[in-house]
Design a protein around this ligand. Structure first.
Ligand SMILES: Nc1ncnc2c1ncn2[C@@H]1O[C@H](COP(=O)(O)OP(=O)(O)O)[C@@H](O)[C@H]1O
Ligand SMILES: [Mg+2]
Length: 251
């Protein structure tokens, strides 16, 4: 059974059809590339999966359950996280504090626990989880630095750490390589592989073709809201429709 099934999803904004009858499946454990030119509908697809938008038509099935139209917090509790195209770190908080923000799902406080002090245990568990993730992402030496002091590569690694502390099963990554130099790109590729090896399925929206071709097992190509092609990186690299619509201009 695929971990995620996109079934005939259409998303309209007024008269504009951002996604037109799109269907594809994501298999457990893969790194899937979702690529295509600007305006193709990639971020809109992520927002439909993560519950920020409801599809106009169609359905989204995660681990056998229909999730389309559910609220973002419900979907994140089910194990889907999205790392944003825009950086969403709290610049004036430390690395540790930023990662702790991602724990809100697991360390949720109820009134009873708050009054009777049971939360200290949850707090401690959350802090341990944060340190484990920062270690995993190579950020433990920077835990007391402000997010604003981090170089780009570490900022992106922190954004992924925030997502990881909620213990997701499926991670939607929106352009994590944007603006990176070759060294930062290589490091982020290693981190992405490591995340996948830890048992998390990844869908990657990205324009950096070195990263996409190097990381992804399979690619889904969107163009003007249509599904243009699917295939292995090799097949997509040699697909005439894709070259014409996208790769010819990009690389
Ligand atoms: N909230 C919105 N309201 C109206 N149009 C939108 C909205 N979000 C995206 N769009 C439009 O939908 C299309 C797809 O956008 P987007 O998903 O951001 O593309 P991509 O991420 O592939 O560059 C674009 O034409 C964009 O202008
Ligand atoms: Mg986008």
């Amino acid at each position: 059974m695929p971990v995620l099934e996109i079934k005939n999803v259409t998303k309209q904004f007024g008269g504009l059809t951002a996604l037109n009858d799109i269907s594809f499946n994501i298999e457990e454990g893969e790194i899937r590339g979702l690529i295509g030119p600007n305006g193709a509908g990639k971020s809109t697809m992520f927002k439909n999966i993560a519950g920020f938008y409801a599809p106009t038509k169609g359905s989204i099935v995660y681990q056998g359950k229909q999730i389309e139209g559910k609220k973002p917090h419900t979907i994140s509790e089910l194990g889907i996280v999205r790392t944003f195209q825009e950086t969403t770190l709290f610049q004036e908080l430390t690395v540790f504090e930023n990662a702790l923000v991602g724990c809100h799902i697991n360390a949720r406080t109820d009134l009873f626990s708050a009054i009777f002090g049971l939360d200290r245990k949850k707090q401690k568990a959350a802090e341990e989880k944060v340190m484990e993730v920062l270690d995993f992402m190579g950020l433990s030496d920077r835990k007391n630095q402000l997010a604003s002091e981090l170089p780009l590569g570490s900022q992106r690694a922190l954004a992924i750490s925030v997502a990881l502390v909620s213990e997701p099963k499926l991670m939607l990554m929106d352009e994590p390589f944007a603006g990176m130099n070759p060294e930062e790109t290589n490091h982020m590729m290693d981190l992405t592989r490591k995340v996948r090896e830890s048992g998390i399925t990844i869908v990657l929206v990205e324009h950096d073709m070195k990263a996409v071709m190097g990381l992804c097992h399979y690619l889904t190509v969107l163009n003007f809201g249509q599904l243009l092609a699917e295939g292995t990186p090799e097949e997509i690299r040699n697909n005439d429709k894709v070259i014409e619509a996208y790769l010819g201009g990009a690389n």
